[in-house]
Design a protein around this ligand. Structure first.
Ligand code: NAD
Ligand code: HSO
Ligand code: ZN
Length: 435
């Protein structure tokens, strides 16, 4: 069961708090050599390497790397009406929320005839990765594709591993949702090979290099993303998922237990953390957690996750200390279930996504809230953001000065360029006023 860490009466530093509940060790650097070899194979042997890798790692050789249009259309035809309706509703919500993430252009007037504009420009082509090793994530198709479409990306390619249970095809629900979203460039390829293929292109299947790779994946996917950074942009190196719940004695212990288990279901390495100022409430959660963990379908995985060192019940003096703990931990998902949630929310600095109140569980955000479920894991929420339309946009500055405005600022340029011993910079300005 969850181990207890009692912080009452103590004031550890943020680093001290973080060390008390360390994330599970998934060593991306240890996977770098394997990922480098896999990417090199793809660069040298193209499609043949990708097919070999599917056989080696996914236990099946796909008929082709590129998924034919007929397969996508057939998968959509065969999608159950319930899943299709759910997908359509999720797409609508994610599309609406993503549209609000597109920043508007800004124009700054710095004087007469002196204007700097900032516009947001989509990257031209992206490669979106949808995991498909231990489990398949059709919902991640929506979470990757919709913000890219909303941002105005012109060319979108999607990859997911070949499935041995489907004769080497990608999972049919992934194919169906890609088709539903109008994505026709889909590849049956997984892991580091897929990331390398996106970054460098694969000529013999007509895969052109992309300018940004996004999407969650395992340690090999994360290692490959680290390796191709610089050749192409990436979003984040996603690791095992985590949830941190701040709750007081007004919260419903059974809801909190259910939410802690919902994310533990993903992975033995997932972290489930409860932070509370009420020992009596904590005891009620532990009781419900035990009962639910034993009864749930993936009981073994859940128990391993909640009993791991990455999971904990943290007792604090008050909700201010609870917020301090959350800020140090930088959770991927933060739930706030207290009497005055807005007061606690105001103290939160670091979290991937924040779920406020007892009717906003993380599962809502995983599927249908409209928010994105690809979020920074492993404490990266302290400096990174989740996937959004902004991931696919770059701010570009446009400078418009007329003659008078340049003349006015010319002495500034002359002084600074002389100071940097770069006189040609100053001369490029004075040349305009010498005639
Ligand atoms: N943060 C999110 O939004 C989010 C969403 C969905 C899934 N996830 C996470 O993504 C991860 C998915 O991992 P997964 O493994 O199920 O799928 P995956 O698609 O990331 O990885 C499968 C691929 O890994 C490669 N691989 C497997 N074994 C290998 C080996 N020994 N050496 C080299 N490469 C190998 C293969 O190419 C295989 O196709 C999970 O940790 C899951 O929790 C996160
Ligand atoms: N909780 C996962 C990471 O945020 C996303 C997910 C997909 N399907 C279910 N859950
Ligand atoms: Zn989830």
């Amino acid at each position: 069961m969850l181990r207890t860490i009692d912080l009452r009466g103590t004031r550890p530093t943020p680093a001290g708090m973080l060390a008390l509940v360390p994330r599970a060790a998934t060593d991306v650097s240890a996977a770098l050599d394997a990922a480098r070899t896999i990417i090199d194979e793809v660069r040298r042997h193209g499609a043949a390497a990708l097919l070999d890798q599917s056989e080696r790692f996914d236990g099946v050789r796909p008929a082709a790397v590129r998924v034919p249009a007929s397969e996508l259309a057939a998968a959509l035809d065969e999608l159950s009406p319930e899943v299709r309706t759910a997908a359509v509703q999720t797409i609508e919500r994610v599309r609406a929320a993503s549209a609000a993430q597109v920043p508007s252009s800004q124009t700054t007037v710095l004087g007469d005839g002196a204007v700097v504009e900032q516009r947001w420009q989509p990257v031209a082509r992206v490669g979106l990765y949808v995991p498909g090793g231990k489990a398949v994530y059709p919902s991640s198709v929506i979470m990757n594709v919709v913000p890219a479409q909303v941002a105005g990306v012109r060319s979108i390619a999607l990859a997911s591993p070949a499935q041995s249970g489907f004769d080497g095809r990608i999972h049919p629900t992934i194919a169906a949702i890609a088709a539903l979203l109008g994505i026709d460039e889909v590849y049956a390829m997984g892991g580091a090979g897929a990331i390398g293929a996106f970054a460098y292109g694969v000529e013999d299947v007509g895969l052109a290099p992309v300018q940004r790779v996004t999407g969650p994946g395992n340690v090999y996917v994360a290692a490959a993303k680290r390796l191709v950074q610089g050749v192409t942009g990436i979003d984040a190196e996603a690791g095992p998922t985590d949830i941190l719940v701040i709750a007081d004695d007004s919260a419903d212990a059974d809801f909190v237990a259910a939410d802690l288990i919902s994310q533990a279901e993903h992975d033995e390495l997932a972290a489930s953390v409860l932070v509370t100022d009420s020992p009596a409430f904590a005891a009620r959660v532990l009781e419900r957690l035990g009962a639910r963990a034993r009864a749930t379908k993936h009981s073994e995985r859940v128990l391993t996750a909640i009993e791991g060192p990455q999971s904990a019940l943290v007792l604090v003096d008050d909700l201010e200390q609870a917020a301090d703990f959350a800020n140090a931990f930088g959770p991927e998902h933060l739930e706030i279930q207290v009497r005055d949630p807005e007061a606690t929310l105001a103290r939160i600095e670091n979290a991937g996504a924040i779920f406020v109140g007892e009717f906003s569980p993380v599962s809502l955000g995983d599927y249908a809230a409209g928010s994105n479920h690809v979020l920074p894991t492993g404490g990266q929420a302290r400096y990174a953001a989740g996937l959004s339309a902004a991931t696919f946009l770059r701010p570009q500055q446009i400078v418009r000065y007329d003659e008078g405005a340049l003349r006015e600022v010319a002495p500034v340029i002359a002084a600074l360029s002389a100071e940097e011993d770069l006189p040609a910079h100053g001369e490029a300005v004075t040349a305009r006023f010498e005639r």
